[in-house]
Ligand binder design. Structure first.
Ligand code: SF4
Length: 221
């Protein structure tokens, strides 16, 4: 894992105020064609952040990230490793649907960048799962495709970044290294679970050491 951007500053993010601003945002052309801004799904106070590309037809109508067939696949694969939407957050690189689900344009990604960066700073996640090319490039800062990035781990301010296929792309089929893309995501979910458990174990150990350290200091007086 190479060094990544810092998640550490600023210390406090007023995520509700930033969300309120996003809901009426007109900072790029997508404001003209969206039905509504899609801020997130799941739990923005959890340890795991999934980042997709952009809202699609159903997300734009319902205002929730990852509904429809891709969302159902994600829910199924999360469930297989004992996770659900109460234990993860799901967001997109851009918060408004591009017309006809076209790719986000570079200036749209830049205009929307502060919202995803605020979500990252607010959450300080232990694990970030990037779904597809756009999220992987955003988080790693590398011009890398998902087929090359998958199987590698990256660092983002102390969070472990796990790139995998976008569920919508996986539903279109194909093969990757002998696996179907759905099975590739399935395998990556096991990595998510393992790394999450390791990070939580490190937290517990650090808290125990801090408690021992402070009780020893008290013993000096
Ligand atoms: S995509 Fe992002 S920057 Fe563009 S209008 Fe929507 S919220 Fe604003």
């Amino acid at each position: 894992m190479g060094p990544g951007p810092s998640l550490s500053a600023p210390p406090h993010v007023d995520i509700d105020a930033i969300r309120d601003r996003a809901m009426t945002c007109t900072d790029c052309r997508l404001a003209e064609t969206r039905t509504q801004v899609v801020w997130s799904a799941g739990n923005l106070d959890s340890d795991v952040l999934f980042i997709g590309e952009a809202p699609g037809f159903h997300e734009d109508k319902q205002g929730i990230a990852f509904v429809g067939a891709a969302g159902q696949l994600l829910d199924t694969l999360l469930g297989e490793v004992g996770l659900d939407r109460s234990q993860v957050a799901i967001v997109n690189v851009i918060k408004c649907r591009p017309p006809n689900n076209r790719d986000p344009l570079p200036d749209e990604i830049e205009a929307c960048r502060p919202y995803l960066e605020a979500q990252l700073r607010h959450m300080q996640p232990k694990v970030i799962v990037t779904l597809g090319n756009f999220a992987t490039r955003f988080v790693t800062g590398l011009q890398i495709g998902i087929t090359k990035a998958r199987g590698q781990l990256f660092d983002y301010g102390g969070a472990t970044v796990i790139p995998t296929f976008h569920p919508a792309a996986a539903l279109r089929g194909g093969r990757f290294g002998g696996l179907s893309p759905v099975d590739a995501i399935r395998a990556d979910m096991k990595v998510v679970r393992t790394i999450l458990e390791q990070a939580r174990a490190r937290d517990v150990e650090a808290r125990q050491q801090a408690a021992v350290g402070s009780s020893e200091q008290l013993g000096l007086f």
